[in-house]
Design a binder for this molecule. Structure first.
Ligand SMILES: [Zn+2]
Length: 148
């Protein structure tokens, strides 16, 4: 293969093009799941640090659904630095990850609980985590966030 993008695998190309955008496939799955659990949420709340993908305002839960490439999921077996312009990518992606950490810290300092879901995670794994967070709310009662 003599393409100038021969160092960019099809998987990576897909990751690089798709993940930046809102309403990614994993994000939609998370939203469908929460909806099926009877929970109603806001999406992309720009008034909060990091513009969380899914937010329960009354319960103060902010959920981020992160693409492994753009958010530098370095523990992930699907993650590796592009071979071309790797210095540029390293700096860019490390900055993204640093910014993510700062947003999470800020949200927590504001009394929010945060959940980060990685696109590579099995749904059964993040569902367990979400269930736990969503079912431990000291103040709100189900009727305050369940719409009939
Ligand atoms: Zn990952």
């Amino acid at each position: 293969m003599k393409s100038p993008f021969r160092n960019v695998t099809p998987v990576r190309r897909r990751m690089m093009s798709a993940i930046r955008s809102k309403n990614t496939k994993p994000e939609k799955l998370v939203r469908r799941t929460l909806f099926a659990w009877g929970l109603r949420y806001r999406v992309h709340l720009s008034s909060l640090p990091g513009k969380p993908d899914i937010v329960f305002t009354k319960r103060r839960i902010a959920i981020f659904v992160h693409g492994c490439f753009w958010h530098a999921h370095t523990d992930c077996e699907r993650w590796n630095l592009p071979k071309t312009r790797s210095g540029y990518w390293r700096e860019k992606l490390e900055n993204n990850a640093r910014r993510d950490r700062a947003h999470l810290a800020l949200l927590r300092s504001m009394g929010w609980r945060t959940v980060v879901i990685w696109e590579c995670e099995k749904p059964s794994t993040w569902m367990k985590r979400l269930r736990r967070v969503c079912s431990t709310e000291p103040k709100a009662t189900p009727s305050t966030f369940r719409k009939k």
